[in-house]
Ligand binder design. Structure first.
Ligand code: FES
Length: 106
């Protein structure tokens, strides 16, 4: 059964910004793209580096890993740029008031 958990305040993730949080023991990166919140593994699939240190591209809906430059689509988790070839997990996220809820159960 899907279980959404309060992960952060919307006000802590301004537009164009990312925030690394922990949700039920999983490291999750939240990203705000023009008011839409995306949640995905805060863990690059190349060498396990926090993607919340990376650079968000709001036009492409991608994040670039700070370490070696891998690029991921934050909507699907697909690896879009080497050296990463494996996808990252993405999680359902929703906003209620100023609260961001994320479901990491899937
Ligand atoms: S750890 Fe992310 S690109 Fe290498």
């Amino acid at each position: 059964m899907a279980t959404s958990v309060a992960a952060a305040k919307l006000s802590d993730v301004p537009e164009g910004e990312v925030l690394g949080v922990e949700v039920e023991g999983k490291r999750v990166c939240l990203a705000n793209v023009e008011g839409e919140i995306y949640a995905f593994a805060d863990n690059c699939s190349h060498r396990e580096f926090p993607l919340s240190n990376g650079e968000l591209d709001v036009d492409d809906c991608t994040i670039t890993c700070e370490w070696h430059g891998a690029i991921f689509d934050i909507r699907t988790g697909a690896a879009r740029g080497l050296p990463a070839t494996r996808p990252i997990a993405v999680y359902p996220a929703r906003v209620e008031g100023d609260e961001i809820y994320v479901d990491v159960s899937a």
